[in-house]
Design a binder for this molecule. Sequence first.
Ligand code: HEC
Length: 127
Amino acid sequence: MSGSLKLLLVLGAAFVVAMDAVAQEVELDAFTGLRMSGDWQLVRNNCIACHSPKLITQQRGSEAQWLNMIRWMQKKQNLWQFDPDTESKIIAYLAQNYPPQADRRRATIPPDLMPPNPYAPPTGQPD
Ligand code: HEC
């Protein structure tokens, strides 16, 4: 095979790989930075009133971990209750678009393995 034909084939293959990557790329919403797929607008409508959307997009978690974060915000941060349908759509979107990744932050430590918090208010409740 001639040298230039080989080069052409290599370039062609590289082009196919590059186009594939472009096709899989999900567009980001210019305002929130959220991945614009599925029910992303539910998350935009419910999740950015109190804090930067970056808190969401930099976070990773399984469905259970996202649900835990939502329950924590509902208990401690005045996050409102969702109807079950909305909640499961939000959780599914988050776990699909921001799933756990090996090179991201570690999993949270279960509360029963944490030392006592010396600054906790005297409610007698765990944090
Ligand atoms: C009513 C206010 C409010 C709303 C609405 C809200 N949050 Fe939060 N959230 C908070 C507060 C307060 C914090 C703590 C912020 C801090 O630590 O600076 C927080 C923290 C977070 C964190 C960081 C958690 C961590 O462990 O670091 C994530 C992720 C998050 N929120 C996601 C969401 C998602 C997803 C939604 C929508 C389902 C949402 N938030 C809606 C109040 C809210």
